[in-house]
Design a protein around this ligand. Structure first.
Ligand SMILES: CC(C)(COP(=O)(O)OP(=O)(O)OC[C@H]1O[C@@H](n2cnc3c(N)ncnc32)[C@H](O)[C@@H]1OP(=O)(O)O)[C@@H](O)C(=O)NCCC(=O)NCCS
Length: 202
């Protein structure tokens, strides 16, 4: 296993929809090098869709600081790991609570290109959803560039309401809304994951 992604203090015994055993846990400061490596492994397209930059495959130190600093009331980042792999990182998601509106937090996520559409994004959304509720947050807000159809479909399928602000799509999930929000596979999977991770909630 690559140093920096130790599998301890985590949600273990999880399975992706294809049965692959995975674990999920909060990032720790020792993940710094592994996080930079995961950033390098992303396709330019996935990197641009998540970070909105064409700045190459080196993540900046300030962005690393920003992602790694955990504070359960203001910002969290969780990762999904496949411990059987040499590089176990599969995907990560974060939320940052809004300074102006304490009931709201900005959500973002990224899954390695070869692991997209395996349910990892939805698993991370459910974990962060429950931890947001625990922190007293009512709304998660996700942004998608106009051309990022995949993310827009996923946010809409998982129940977020979207609107175009003239520059980007702004999606809002109501964390109190009944689930599943519709009959898409992603919505049904999200509802099941929310039940699975209920223990993380309030
Ligand atoms: C958006 C993202 C996080 C979703 O993660 P994921 O692990 O692929 O998502 P899941 O497997 O849980 O859910 C997949 C759902 O997303 C949508 N989706 C994914 N790929 C799609 C595609 N090629 N066409 C249409 N819909 C797609 C569908 O709703 C799909 O559900 P389905 O497979 O049941 O049809 C991932 O695609 C990603 O990392 N993209 C690059 C970064 C990014 O755009 N981040 C979002 C902005 S912060």
């Amino acid at each position: 296993m690559v140093a920096g992604f130790p599998v301890s203090g985590s949600l273990e015994g999880l399975r992706l929809r294809d049965g692959t055993p995975v674990v999920a846990r909060a990032l720790v400061p020792g993940d710094r090098a592994a996080l930079a490596e995961a950033y390098r492994m992303l396709s330019p397209e996935a990197r641009y869709n998540r970070f909105w930059t064409h700045g190459g495959d080196m993540i900046g130190e300030r962005m690393l600081d920003r992602v790694l600093r955990q504070d359960p009331a203001r910002h969290i980042t969780w990762v999904v790991l496949d411990p059987a792999r040499e590089f176990p990182g599969v995907g990560a998601a974060s939320w940052w609570r809004s300074g102006a509106d304490q009931t709201e937090a900005e959500f973002s996520s990224v899954v390695l290109d070869g692991d997209q559409r395996r349910g990892v994004g939805t698993m991370l959304l459910a974990i962060l959803w429950q931890l947001a509720r625990r922190a007293g947050i009512r709304w998660l807000v996700g942004y998608s560039l106009g051309g990022n159809r995949r993310a827009a479909d996923w946010m809409r399928d998982t129940g977020a309401e979207g609107e175009w602000d003239g520059y980007k799509l702004v999606f809002r999930w109501d964390l109190e809304a009944p689930q599943p929000a519709n009959d898409s596979r992603a919505a049904v999977e999200l509802a099941a994951r929310l039940a699975e991770f209920k223990v993380l909630g309030p």
